[in-house]
Design a protein around this ligand. Structure first.
Ligand code: TYM
Length: 333
């Protein structure tokens, strides 16, 4: 079956191994299946839900786009653009905020985590952020959305919004309720310092994550210092329960070597963490260094990156504009 794929990444700097394994690597696989049509968006409107330095934001938009391309996305096969160049995202977001319910947003765990204790001081944008995400997806009639585990709840909200709009305006099937594509064993890459915490760009500890711009030495050093437990590595998947650090490191190894977790478990069964760490460090360097090298090379030509984003936005605009015209017709404008 042919799939219409849409996904996005925020240009907030520090793209890390979690973003790569949980999302970008999968974007490339989906693109390379010729049955799919893919749209990948640098979601800059999402990024300003927290304070951004304008000069740094511009750099981060280009860096995210360059990382997409360096990881294997092909702007001739996929549409690659940044969100703020396509006005329909903001327009649809407003209309859909009149469809979504407060109760739905109040359940969003990511808002609670990001706003923390001081939620009175969080921006309104951070609160309504999942509605903008629904707009992103629904404008393109995306059938499938590749994301990491942390976005699952937002995807469910997108489906609820699509279904409610279709029902309220008696327009069955107008919006497509999108399916999340969440990889089984690699959807939640954890912090290297705490196997119970997600690897995240906002973690104050640099040692907790591998950035896609890290040098080989930095990568090796971070893996060497990664938290472990005192046992040897297990001989089956059940042996990973209550051993989050072992599960995480073996998961990263499996994803980057494109082999099932069971095969990785067999490879390291009965061995020490030090054996796994040595091989893992080599593998991460082998996979990540070319991406960081290529990203830096691409960033030397800003005009080239800007042109890719602009051309992608022209194509996205064509699709999104038609959809927003129909949305307006349906609601009576
Ligand atoms: P963002 O920018 O936080 O993250 C980009 C993608 O990386 C995944 N991810 C992870 N996957 C596995 N392990 C981790 N530790 C990890 N950390 C991040 C995220 O799940 C995501 O897939 N709201 C979205 C961006 C967005 C979007 C969209 C996505 C905006 N509009 C429409 C899909 C469709 C976000 O903040 O992702």
């Amino acid at each position: 079956m042919s799939k219409k794929i849409f996904s996005g990444v925020q240009p907030t700097g520090n793209l890390h191994l979690g973003n790569y394994i949980g999302a970008i690597k999968n974007f490339v696989n989906l693109q390379n299946d010729n049955n799919n049509s893919c749209i990948y968006c640098v979601v800059d409107l999402h990024a300003i839900t927290i304070n951004q330095d304008p000069i740094q934001l511009k750099k981060n938009i280009r860096e995210t786009a360059a990382t997409f391309i360096a990881s294997g996305l092909d702007y001739k096969k996929s549409i690659i653009f940044n969100q703020s160049l396509v006005p329909a995202h903001s327009e649809a977001s407003w209309i859909l905020s009149c469809v979504a319910r407060m109760g739905w947003l109040n359940r969003m765990t990511q808002f609670k985590e990001k706003a923390g204790k001081d939620k009175e001081k969080a921006s309104v944008g951070l609160y309504v952020y999942p509605i903008l995400m629904a707009a992103d997806i629904l404008l393109y009639d995306a059938t499938h959305v590749p994301v990491g585990e942390d976005q699952k709840q937002h995807l469910e909200l997108s489906r609820d919004i699509a279904n409610k709009f279709n029902l309220d305006f008696k327009s069955p099937n107008f919006f497509v309720a999108p399916e999340p594509l969440i990889q089984k064993n690699f959807a939640r890459i954890m912090s290297l310092k705490d196997g119970n915490k997600k690897m995240s760009k906002s973690d104050p500890s640099e040692l907790s994550r591998i950035n896609l711009t890290d040098s080989s030495d930095q990568i090796s050093n971070k893996i060497k210092k990664a938290k472990t437990d005192t046992q040897t590595l297990p001989d089956n998947e059940n042996g990973l329960s209550k051993r989050p650090e072992a599960e995480n490191l073996l998961g990263i190894y499996s994803s980057l070597s494109d082999q099932p977790l069971t095969k990785t478990i067999n490879e390291f069964s009965g061995k020490n963490f030090s054996d796994l760490k040595e091989k893992l460090a080599n593998l991460v360097v082998e996979k990540i260094s070319p991406i960081s090298y290529e990203t830096n090379k691409l960033l030397k030509d800003e005009t080239f990156i800007d042109k890719i984003l602009k051309d992608g936005a022209d194509k996205a605009n064509e699709i999104a504009y038609k959809k927003i015209i129909n949305i307006k017709k349906i609601i009576g404008f």
